[in-house]
Design a protein around this ligand. Structure first.
Ligand SMILES: CC(=O)N[C@H](C=O)[C@@H](O)[C@H](O)[C@H](O)COP(=O)(O)O
Length: 227
């Protein structure tokens, strides 16, 4: 059964507010300001990274917070272990986003074990960040509250700046296989039309990060047009 919080996200825009290591906007206060601005614009939830950002944003917005903790750049780096997931809950996340691929994790747990152990220890909702339809199947099978196309553009890549558009094929496939299950479209949603297309394809909600909250990338897209 979907919780009221998940039910409220139906048809919603979720904004991801993240600044990467070494970037000028990387500060919890800055991300909290960004999150509040997105909320005023109509975002129905905020997705964010790191314990300080989760806590700062949770204190600033009224909408639910999807928290994750990125560590490293290779393999599983989005909330890679149970410890990371519990810390996100303790920092205030309403939903914890976890890499849902079957790649090895630093603590030796599988994704399924991570989710089961997390649920045994904390009351939280889980967003499964998937790369493939197999990941989505596993995540649905263990009852993840949201499953998402987050990692479909290549699990090794953390560069989300290319203007490729969302993976509507994976989204459609997931929505067909699991009608009624909350499937989120995330990753390279760069234009309002992409959001409309994703909802039309069956997305429960759509996450936009870079195109709203990463000014260096947005600027570079415009600069490209000067060349
Ligand atoms: C692949 C990965 O590490 N994705 C991360 C997940 O939290 C973020 O870097 C993305 O910004 C987020 O998924 C939103 O996507 P986009 O920025 O393309 O709208």
């Amino acid at each position: 059964m979907t919780s009221a919080l998940i039910e409220n996200l139906k048809g919603a825009l979720i904004v991801s507010c993240q600044a990467y290591v070494g970037e000028p906007l990387r500060h919890p206060e800055t991300m909290a300001q960004m999150a509040r601005a997105a909320e005023l614009g109509g975002a129905k939830a905020i997705r964010c990274q790191g314990l300080s950002d989760i806590a700062a944003i949770k204190g600033r917005v009224e909408v639910p917070v999807i928290g994750l903790w990125k560590e490293g750049h290779e393999g599983v780096y989005i909330t890679p272990t149970l410890r990371h997931a519990i810390a996100c809950v303790n920092a205030g996340a309403d939903i914890v986003a976890i890499d849902a691929t079957d790649r090895p994790r630093p603590d030796g747990r599988t994704f399924e074990q991570t989710v089961n152990d997390l649920r045994a220890q904390c009351e939280t909702l889980v967003m499964a960040d998937c790369a493939t339809i197999e990941d989505i199947r596993r995540a649905v099978a263990i009852g993840c509250d949201l499953v998402s196309t987050t990692l479909s553009h290549g699990v090794a890549a953390i560069d989300c700046t290319a203007a490729d558009g969302p993976d509507l094929d994976l989204l459609r496939r997931a929505c067909e296989e699991f009608p009624g299950h909350p499937v989120v479209c995330e990753g390279r949603v760069h234009a309002p039309q992409d959001v409309a297309d994703a909802l039309e394809a069956g997305a429960w909600a759509v996450v936009v990060g870079t195109a709203i909250t990463h000014p260096t990338s947005i600027t570079s897209w415009f600069v490209e047009a000067t060349k």
